[in-house]
Ligand binder design. Structure first.
Ligand code: UDP
Ligand code: MG
Length: 149
């Protein structure tokens, strides 16, 4: 099944949103396949956001990501990349619908609480970067209650 990389950014950790965020993905019917509470090095943050290195906000973005611990996760489920992005909401919190994580909890684009992979391909890349030993393998006994197959 499809997997995505989700990271609770330092503001989400500081503001005590970890439990709520995990709960939203859990209750939806996605499976947690990896989780690490960690501080990231500057060079690692630069690598994670390498595609944005030409953007004017890149340096500030990297400072933000290394400003405190983050929660790095792998979530699995049907269409989890796209659905995960919809649970997270638009990049700019003022455009994020109420009911989404950013719509409910964020004001500034530079303090938008959470990251989620934007494609299946980037999800694989990000999971490889953050979880070089690979995610965990387990199967929920509730699976047939959530999924038809
Ligand atoms: N960002 C920012 N200013 C901007 C655009 C983006 O600080 O004008 C930050 C913001 O934290 C965003 C991250 O850069 O989440 C990555 O940008 P991207 O366009 O990939 O948005 P995302 O995929 O996180 O929705
Ligand atoms: Mg992105």
């Amino acid at each position: 099944m499809e997997q995505t990389f989700i990271m609770i950014k330092p503001d989400g950790v500081q503001r005590g949103l970890i439990g709520d965020i995990i709960s939203r993905f859990e209750k939806k019917g996605f499976y947690l396949k990896g989780m690490k509470f960690m501080n990231v090095e500057r060079s690692f943050a630069q690598k994670h956001y390498a595609d944005l290195s030409a953007q004017p906000f890149f340096a500030k973005l990297v400072e933000y990501i290394i400003s405190g611990p983050v929660v790095a996760m792998v979530w699995e489920g049907k269409d989890v990349v796209l659905t995960g992005r919809r649970i997270i909401g638009a990049t700019r919190p003022w455009e994020a619908a109420p009911g989404t994580i950013r719509g409910d909890y964020a004001v500034e684009v530079s303090r938008n609480v959470i990251h989620g992979s934007d494609s299946v391909e980037n999800g694989k890349k990000e999971i490889g970067l953050w979880f070089p030993d690979g995610p965990s393998e387990w199967k929920s006994n509730l699976h047939p209650w959530i999924y038809e197959v």
